[in-house]
Design a protein. Structure first.
Length: 87
């Protein structure tokens, strides 16, 4: 590695595919709560991909069984499926 004067690290964003199995339709509110962020994001923003790391979410789907979910993105660009289910 000492032959070059500069280096760079490449990574690919992984798309998150959210599937709702609660029976309350696809109208979900997804809030990203990781890293001090507390912002509402859409399913299309998740499908555009996230950089490597762990992401925590609070998901409201309109039912009594809403919950907290998390995904760990590796940076390989592969899709990750996040299934919202009733307990």
């Amino acid at each position: 590695m000492g032959l070059f004067t500069s280096y760079y690290l490449t990574t690919r964003k992984s798309p998150i595919q959210v599937t709702n199995y609660t029976g309350y339709g696809n109208d979900m509110t997804i809030k990203m709560t990781s890293g001090g962020k507390n912002q509402t994001i859409t399913k299309s923003q998740l499908s555009s991909g996230l950089f490597p790391g762990r992401y925590d979410f609070d998901i409201t789907s309109g039912g009594a069984d809403d919950g907290s979910y998390w995904v760990r993105v590796a940076g390989d660009g592969g899709p990750i499926e996040l299934s919202v289910t009733e307990y």
